[in-house]
Design a protein around this ligand. Sequence first.
Ligand code: C2E
Ligand code: MG
Ligand code: MG
Ligand code: MG
Length: 276
Amino acid sequence: VAKRGGRADYQFAMAAMNDASLERLQLESSLRHALDHDSLRLEYQPLVELATGRIVGIEALCRWDDPLRGAIPPNVFIPLAEESGMIEQLGGWVLQTAARQLQALHEAGHDNLFVAVNLSARQFQRGVVLAQVEDALVRSGIPPNKLELELTESVLLHDGEAVMSTLRQLKALGVKLSIDDFGTGYSSFAYLRRFKFDKIKIDQSFVRDLIDDPDNAAIVRGIISLALSLGLDVLAEGVETEAIAQRLRHLHCTFAQGYYFARPLRPEMLAERLGG
Ligand code: C2E
Ligand code: MG
Ligand code: MG
Ligand code: MG
């Protein structure tokens, strides 16, 4: 088709391509444009200590407002970035931006705050992530222990020697490592034995029905006591009501995150919320 290159041939090719893959190509090129023109941004969701309600950290969450389509959720564009090879560039940008914005908050007097950054499995595969993390630390000047990296179980699924070695090197830099969405993968417990993480984040699907569903309550209780007996921090995601926060305090869960405490906030709103 491309060889003859006539207009009719082109139209034929476009018609043959199904709508979904066409839309996908367009989305991919818009994302590339956004990345190259620095028009992605980060929001930060407060992470609180349950006993006191104090904000101890923030999670960086990437946002993309496409001029034509409006806000596109990360559950759509992160997988797209992974599949199209843009995730390394995107991930590097997120690390740099989050570290720089945390440094500004430290300078404003919030010097105990840490920032958590999500890493996807693809960022691990070629080992570039190590250099990116080092670079973000050096350029921003934040202490390494104020950077936490959130890994999902999909990273750990390829639990080959390469991934383990990268995890050990990250740990040696002094950054913190947490397991995100804990409980949703299918061999969660194996990782706890293979590598010393700092924190477990209990997936929101278990937390949401904590009050009404006895099975979820049992799972949450189990994960909390597992974490505490391994000497790990534990955070519950997706806390939307006071009743759930109360129940989690009762179960000795240390940290929480969710709309009940705060939604993800733009940097200006976060600074306002932190006060000072
Ligand atoms: P995650 O890391 O598990 O982040 C938590 C998600 O839950 C966020 O969705 C947040 O807005 C949402 N959330 C927080 N509290 C509540 C609540 O009380 N109720 C409900 N229903 N939801 C709540 P968001 O921002 O849409 O991000 C979705 C996922 O996209 C993230 O899940 C993470 O896996 C991924 N993601 C976001 N930013 C990045 C990034 O910079 N890099 C990578 N690799 N992944 C990212
Ligand atoms: Mg996360
Ligand atoms: Mg999560
Ligand atoms: Mg999630």
